[in-house]
Design a protein around this ligand. Structure first.
Ligand code: SF4
Length: 470
């Protein structure tokens, strides 16, 4: 499962200037897109944008200008769900002022609520489930010709694996682009709603993945981020015999592609073959996101995670032996039903043993229909909040120490573009370990790898100085 951490800011209503694509667009209708949740949702939104663009749509960042508002929602955590509800509530006034605007709600929340969304939010025109992204364009055509409200929740999407064109509605191809390689999940962790709203696990044929990546690389992309709920189990159920490590090797052979990253990995499916790939494939980023969720075996068992804390630590040891420079991140949860102080201490011990480079931490919340929502021993919200604060304080120190340990090192950086934080001509990119580095450099470096000496470190980024190319 890949979601934004509890302490991050999920997308807000923005009124930023329109993207350049909009200024080139003189006809058609304007679409405002708001995506909640993980990178997989961003990818699905990109597919919808492409389909709407083929119908004459232009992107706008200004809500009041939009003819169509498309929301891609997430309900994996209560907080993401609340953000989507709050956004939807604010749209009510906008619809009253402009009844012609069409409001579309898609994704996990749409899948979970279906018709109920249309009843609860009368200003919504179209609800589309997680298997209906490819139908959004067609349904919008219907909607624009007749004012009937529609809830469309198909069981499967026959077009889900078709390669997405590179542009994705943006004027230039991103240096780093996401590519979904699989969907859904068969693991049924007891707290998780993903298998219910995203469906059972299915992998895209490798031919289609390679075709999509080749298209991206031809258009200027230099890094791909392979996405799936559990990429380690890629290939199960496909007619071809390709596992994730084999897929990585085939992607690695694409000329012009400089980097490969992937997320998310399940510890129980982390194979020796994948560890060897991390050690041997030069284009594969030296970073692994490996959620552990809890450090207590009792809690892990009740979560249905399929490994013990000892087994998790053994995998980390194997990884570090094979690939000493690897950076590690993970997801962890506090306040799972029945979690005692002793269990929580076990989580802290695991964190301090591994010393993750970054950690995404969450408070447990009941998700409707999951097994754990029926478990006794619910932890008081104040206790959860206290544990989360304690855990985050421990991790902040570790993260800062890890960042400071970068000072003086020379790192290869893939330049993504101008730094968001600085308006003084700084460029920004990522190291192989997925650390953000800002440095003084020219715009012409976008999409290239450069060598940078790290001169200072902050919690979320590094500052470096560009070294002359050799
Ligand atoms: S592995 Fe578990 S937590 Fe991750 S998506 Fe599947 S069921 Fe959810």
């Amino acid at each position: 499962m890949c979601v934004k951490p509890e302490n991050s800011h999920l997308s807000r209503i923005q009124e930023a200037p329109d993207p350049p694509l909009n200024r080139r667009c003189s006809s058609g209708f304007q679409v405002y897109v708001q995506t909640f949740g993980c990178q997989m949702n961003e990818y699905d939104s990109r597919r919808v944008i492409v389909s709407l663009a083929s119908r004459g749509a232009c992107l706008t960042n200004r809500l009041h200008r939009a003819d169509v508002i498309f929301l891609n929602t997430c309900c994996v955590r209560e907080k993401a769900e609340q953000k989507a509800f709050s956004f939807l509530g604010r749209l009510r006034h906008l619809k009253m002022r402009n009844p012609a605007v069409k409001i579309i709600v898609a994704g996990c929340l749409a899948q979970q609520m279906g018709d109920l969304l249309l009843t609860r939010f009368e200003h919504v025109d179209l609800v589309v489930g997680t298997q209906g992204f490819s139908t959004v364009g067609r349904l919008l055509d219907e909607l624009r010709h007749s004012p009937v409200k529609i809830a469309h929740l198909p069981e499967s999407d026959p077009e889900w694996d078709i390669p997405c064109p590179p542009s994705g509605g943006t004027p230039e191809c991103p240096v780093s682009a996401s590519v979904t390689i699989m969907q859904g999940c068969d693991n049924f962790c007891t707290y998780c709603i993903v298998p219910y709203v995203r469906g059972r696990e299915k992998s895209r044929p490798s031919r289609l993945i390679l075709e999509e990546i080749q298209g991206l690389v031809d258009s200027g992309t230099r890094e791909v981020v392979l996405l799936g709920q559990n990429v380690n189990s890629y290939g199960r159920g496909l007619d071809e015999q390709t596992d994730f490590a084999q897929l990585l090797r085939r992607i690695h052979a694409i000329p012009g592609l400089l980097r490969i990253r992937f997320t998310t990995s399940h510890p129980k499916d982390l194979t020796d073959a994948l560890i060897r790939s991390l050690a041997q494939l030069p284009k594969l980023a030296k970073h692994l996101h490996l959620p552990f969720q809890a450090g207590s075996d009792k809690v892990l068992e009740r979560m249905g995670r399929g490994y013990t804390a000892g087994e998790y630590l053994e995998k980390i040891q194997n990884l570090r032996e094979a690939c000493p420079d690897i950076a590690l991140s993970a997801d962890v949860m506090v306040g799972f039903p029945g979690e005692t102080d002793e269990d929580f201490q076990a989580t802290l011990r695991l964190m301090e043993t591994v010393r993750f480079d970054t950690l995404f931490s969450f408070r447990y919340s009941d998700r409707p229909g999951t097994k754990s929502s029926q478990f006794p021993g619910k932890v008081d919200e104040d206790v959860k909040a206290k544990r989360l604060r304690e855990l985050q304080a421990v991790q902040e120190l570790i993260t800062l120490e890890k960042q400071r340990a970068e000072q003086g090192k020379v790192r290869e950086v893939l330049v993504e573009g101008p730094s968001k934080a600085a308006s003084n001509g700084q460029m920004s990119g990522r190291t192989m370990q997925n650390r953000i580095v800002n440095f003084q450099g020219s715009a012409g470096l976008r999409g290239k790898t450069v060598h940078v000496r790290i001169v200072s470190a902050f919690s979320h980024s590094l500052r470096g100085e560009l070294l002359p190319s050799q």
